[in-house]
Write a protein that binds this ligand. Structure first.
Ligand SMILES: [Cu+2]
Length: 474
């Protein structure tokens, strides 16, 4: 009996050895291949953007007051808004790389607020997310935001408290960090794209985060604006070489701006210079996204009206127009457009294993009647995932819903590496990526900035109804 049991055990062990041995070897081989791929991708990333800030200029101090104001969005109507420093859009802060930005925010609203510096790699405590990085700034109080940006480019800022209402009512502004080494354009224009839902009296419709917004792609309005005005004209001269920085601050609307008859080149996306300029064709500028364009106004265009048209929906409409002054053409500056100093190849990104997966869906219930969830949880009950700094990660963002979700990761830049499993070779960084209905995207990143960073949908109604989680970078 004992002998038979012993023989049975021996047979099992031999069998296990023959079957499991190669399996175990294959597993360790796979692990070794994975770590090899990750090491290669991490290595290729080195030098793409700096780990630390390098303060060398002075401190640039600004006062900013968030308060009710009145603004003529569609004259003759005067619309009650909430604004930074009584203007729509808020201030455009221009600083030089190395300078330290110091902004004292004073809250004159009847509710708490904060500022989030979208796309800026700030110290975690300056990121403006209540309950994650700072307490809200109460009505009547002030808070000082101070940091030295690490990157040049076009960034923006907005509240992160009751965000869907505060941003919609007009609280947003732009931060431009200039590189003194970049070539001089003859003009530098900022176009802040927004989309207002106004009633027949010109007033902002004051029901926010409605079931309709939540069952759709957030709040889409009826008055698209550029720099707080309906279809403004922007003066340029023939022959000028213009840098145009376009920011989408809308709650939900996606724009796809085109310049018919002109040939702008995209030189930056979400603030960061692209690996090389590329022609602007259809580029979906989701809420939060920015693009910088290099545009030469033809030297024969005197007196022309050059429209900028939105092409995202089938109903094309004019966003703004470039009005070419009648005077003689200026000499066009000749230079090579700026581009990223180092851009990783990441040809093997598609071989890297997915380290974390985020699933997006909606369920009935919650304070707004519909809850938007990440991995089955609606913020503030959200999930926390951990990423190791200085190491390549491949994250999979899977949209199980029929709606759009521009996902924004605070404090980090990433690259799109696949859509629905098919490799994509976008030669630029992003901080926000638009994910279509039932689409899955893979992003690659090497997190550098440590802390707790929000990871949320930038359709602000979806975020308000729970579509946020946090990523801890160790
Ligand atoms: Cu969303």
């Amino acid at each position: 009996m004992i002998v038979r049991r012993f023989l049975l055990l021996l047979a099992c062990l031999i069998l296990a050895g023959t079957v499991l041995g190669p399996w175990a070897m294959a597993q360790s081989q796979a692990v070794r291949d994975d770590s090899d791929v990750i090491a290669t991708l991490t290595k290729e990333f080195e030098g793409a953007f700096p780990q630390n800030s390098a303060p060398q200029g002075g401190v640039r101090e600004f006062e900013m007051v968030a308060a009710p104001a009145v603004w003529g969005i569609v004259p003759p109507y005067r619309t009650d808004v909430w604004a930074y420093n009584q203007q729509i859009p808020g201030p455009v802060f221009r600083i030089t790389l190395g300078e330290t930005l110091k902004v004292r925010l004073t809250n004159r609203l009847q509710q708490p607020t904060t500022i989030h510096w979208h796309g800026v790699r700030v110290p975690n405590a300056m990121d403006g997310v209540p309950g994650v990085t700072q307490p809200p700034v109460q009505s009547g109080e002030s808070f000082i935001y101070q940091f030295t940006p690490k990157d040049t480019g076009t960034f923006w800022f907005h509240p992160h408290v009751n965000t869907a209402e505060q941003v919609e009512r007009g609280l947003h502004g732009v931060l431009i960090v200039e590189d003194p080494g970049e070539p001089r354009y003859s003009r530098d224009l900022v176009l802040v794209l927004d989309d207002w839902l106004l009633g027949p009296d010109g007033a902002i419709r004051d029901r926010f985060v409605t079931r309709h917004d939540l069952a759709h792609d957030g709040r889409w309005g009826n008055v698209p604006t550029v720099n707080g005005r309906l279809q403004p004209s922007l003066s340029v001269r023939a022959g000028e070489r213009v840098r145009i920085r376009i920011v989408n601050v809308a709650n939900g609307r996606v724009f796809a701006p085109l310049f018919p008859g002109l040939s702008p080149q995209v030189i930056a996306v979400d603030g960061m210079l692209t690996a090389a300029p590329f022609p602007l064709q259809r580029f979906n500028l989701a809420p939060g996204n920015r693009i910088d364009l290099d545009l030469i106004i033809p030297d024969t265009a005197q007196g022309a009206v050059l429209p900028i048209v939105d092409t995202y929906t089938r109903n094309r409409f004019t966003l703004a127009a470039l009005l070419v002054e009648p005077g003689p053409a200026v000499e066009t500056p000749r230079f090579k457009p700026p581009q990223a100093a180092h851009f990783p190849d990441w040809g093997r990104a598609a071989d890297a294993p997915v380290s974390h997966e985020y699933l997006f869906d909606a369920v009935r219930g919650g304070p707004y009647g519909i809850s938007w969830r990440i991995n089955g949880r609606a913020w503030p009950e959200g999930t926390e995932t951990e990423l190791e700094s200085g190491r390549f990660h491949r994250l999979r963002l899977t949209n199980e819903s029929h709606r759009l979700h521009p996902m924004h990761l605070h404090g980090q830049f990433f690259r799109l590496i696949a859509r629905d499993g098919k490799p994509v070779d976008e030669r630029f960084w992003r901080d926000t990526v638009l994910i279509g209905p039932e689409e899955s995207v893979d992003i690659g990143l090497v997190p550098l900035d440590k802390g707790l960073w929000a990871n949320h949908c930038h359709i602000l109604e979806h975020a308000e109804a729970g579509m946020m989680s946090v990523v801890r970078v160790n």
